[in-house]
Design a protein around this ligand. Structure first.
Ligand code: URA
Length: 274
């Protein structure tokens, strides 16, 4: 038995706070009976839970890491008809959504989740989760530019928080810099480098909180390991829901996409229609 707001959040349809608002507004029912108090519990799979009379299907909580290639949008649909990251996650039966965004031209680690609470927490401006980017920039990165990046850069929406910056390669034509930030403003890294005089040529996110991109090839996804799972919820300051694979099962590798942890074909393993 779990609290209704938790079940609704885990179903990926709302944050826990939004679900509480729905309950208080009398929009949620359990086995046909409208619930208006926050303490009510139900059992996913046994009780019929509905929002505005629409029965919801409770999925297990899953989180995946995708290596987003360039030239994909980080939205579920794109009004301009460009390719979306959702086209790359064949084999995930659960309805996962991108946690935050990477620009169309940015590649790298993108977390997708069906846990509304986790998403809400990780994206909330008050919650600082570190993100590490590898930026290939034009020109040499001068001492003054590095100092500015480290101290904070004045952008049109305010001064950025101090960043950790490591130069990986210096060259008069193009340099490579790793930058660790915890804010998530629109096109932040590009704007920071542009402001200090080193426009970004290529940008790749290599780390998101405790998750690392590693050697995952562009366009591929993988399940989180159990260690990553625990570390991610700890970073979000949330209790971790059950890891979706039992100890006897192993989270399938990207090569096994379309199959579940015990090697059976997943329902919905075919191309997603979204
Ligand atoms: N900063 C950017 O400029 N772009 C991204 O995609 C992410 C961070």
């Amino acid at each position: 038995m779990e609290r209704l707001q938790k079940i609704l959040a885990q179903a990926g349809i709302a944050s826990r706070r939004k679900a509480e608002e729905w309950i208080l507004a009398g929009r949620v029912s359990v086995n046909g009976k409208v619930v208006r108090e926050l303490g009510v519990k139900a059992t996913p799979g046994r009780d019929t839970i509905a929002v505005d009379d629409q029965v919801i299907t409770v999925q297990r909580t899953v989180n995946i890491v995708l290596h987003k290639p360039t030239s994909y949008v980080t939205t579920v649909v794109d009004p301009e008809g460009r390719r979306t990251v959702m086209e790359l996650i064949e084999g995930v039966a659960e309805r996962v959504y991108p946690v935050g965004r990477l620009d169309y031209e940015t590649s790298g680690l993108l977390l997708l989740s069906n846990d509304g609470d986790l998403t809400h927490r990780l994206l909330h401006p008050s919650h600082h989760v570190d993100k590490v980017y590898r930026a290939t920039v034009l020109g040499l990165v001068e001492r003054e530019a590095l100092d500015q990046l480290r101290r904070g850069v004045r952008l049109e929406d305010g001064v950025t928080a101090p960043a950790e910056v490591t130069v990986l390669r210096q060259h008069p034509l193009e340099s490579v810099v790793e930058i660790r930030i915890h804010e998530g403003r629109n096109r932040q890294v590009r704007r920071m480098f542009e402001t200090v005089g080193n426009p970004v040529k290529r940008l790749k996110r290599v780390q998101f909180g405790p998750l690392e991109l590693g050697t995952l090839p562009p366009g591929k996804w993988r399940w989180l390991t159990e260690l990553e799972w625990q570390a991610l919820y700890a970073a979000a300051n949330l209790p971790a829901p059950p890891y979706p694979f039992s100890t006897r099962e192993k989270a399938s590798s990207p090569r096994d996409r379309g199959r579940n942890a015990v090697g059976q074909k997943r329902f919905g393993g075919a191309k997603r229609s979204r």
